[in-house]
Design a protein around this ligand. Sequence first.
Ligand SMILES: NC(=O)c1ccc[n+]([C@@H]2O[C@H](COP(=O)([O-])OP(=O)(O)OC[C@H]3O[C@@H](n4cnc5c(N)ncnc54)[C@H](OP(=O)(O)O)[C@@H]3O)[C@@H](O)[C@H]2O)c1
Length: 327
Amino acid sequence: MIPKRRLGTDGPVVGCLGYGAMVLEGYYGPSDDEQAVETIRHALDLGIDMLDSADAYGNGHNEELIGRAIADRRNNAFVCTKFGIVFDESESATELPTGWGFSLRINGKPTYVRKALDASLRRLHTDVIDLWYAHYPDPSTPIEETVGAMAAGVSAGKVRYLGLSNVTAEQVRRAHDVHPIAAVQYEYSLWRREIEISLLPTLKELGIALVPWSPLGGGFLTGTVTQLDKDDFRQHNPKYAGSNLTANRDRFAPLLDLAKQLGATPSQLALAWLLHRGEDIVPIPGTRRPERIDENAGAANVTLDSDRLAQIDRLAPAGLAQGATLV
Ligand SMILES: NC(=O)c1ccc[n+]([C@@H]2O[C@H](COP(=O)([O-])OP(=O)(O)OC[C@H]3O[C@@H](n4cnc5c(N)ncnc54)[C@H](OP(=O)(O)O)[C@@H]3O)[C@@H](O)[C@H]2O)c1
C-alpha cells in the first residue's frame, strides 16, 4: 500500500498518489471499459484511493465507469469529480478561450451547479461525492456565487469537500472566504512550473492541497511518446506539435538519463519530484494499464535528496518546455 497524505491542513487522509481517470475516455488512445474498471480497482488495491473524474470526461461516461468500479468498494474510494464544462448546446454558458486553439463553454451559475451535482451523483451511483471541484471558473459568474452554490451541496450532505480547478491565487482566496477549499487542481509537473510563483505559495499559506493534473505531462515525461495518432487529443497541445515535440524531447532528455542513474523509471522520477515539492501535494497520474499503476506507485519509494532536487532544478527549470499552455 502506498503511504498516505492529508489533503490540506484540515482535510481528509488519502493515498499520496491518486488516479486520473480521464485517460479512460480515449483521449490519448483507445480504451476498453472492462480493462478500465479493472485498472481503477487495481489502483484501489494499492491504496491509490483518490479517483479523479469529471462530468466532462466522456460526457458523463467516465463517472459511470468510476461508479461501476467502486460499486462494492465505496468505502475504499475517495471519489472526486468536477462540473462546469458544458457540451449541451441548449444550456447557456460562457465561452472561455484556451491556449490550445479551442474554447470551452463554462457555466458556474447556481441553478446549473445544483443540476450538475445531482447528475454526477446519479452517474457515480453514490450518495455523496468526497471532493467536488469547479472545473473552471465561469468568466461571467463571480466565484463567490459558484462556491456558495457548491457549499449548499455540502450542507445537503451530497458533498464532503470542495475544490477548485484552473484558478488564480486571487480566485482561491475569494472562494476560500465563502467556504473552506480542500484542494486545488492545476497543471503542474517538470514541464510546467509557473504555479510556483503565486498559486502554490498561496495554497500553502491557506492550508489547501495541490492536486497536480497531467503530472506526467500527459505522458511526455515518461519518455514513451514518440508520435501521436491523428485523433489523439494531445494534438491540440502546442507542446506536442511539430518542431516543439522534437525540441522538448531534446530539452528533457537529461532527465531520462538521470532516472536511469537513480534506478527509477522516468515516470517514477517525474512523480517523485512532485511528491518532494510538498507534503500537501497529491498527483493524479492516469494510465489505461494496470501494470503502469504498479510502476507509478513505485514513485512513493524514490527518495530525492537536496543535491538531487537541485540537479533537477538545473536540468528542468521553469519555462523549459516549448509551447503554449491550456490555461
Ligand atoms: N483539472 C483539469 O483541468 C484537468 C486537465 C487535465 C487532466 N486532469 C486530470 O489529471 C489526470 C492526469 O492527467 P493526464 O491524463 O492528462 O496526464 P498524465 O497523467 O500526465 O499522463 C497520462 C499519460 O501517461 C501515460 N502513462 C502513465 N503512466 C505511464 C508509465 N508508467 N509509463 C509510460 N506511460 C505512462 C498514459 O498512457 P497509458 O494509458 O498508455 O499508460 C497516458 O497517456 C486526468 O486523468 C484528469 O483526471 C485534470
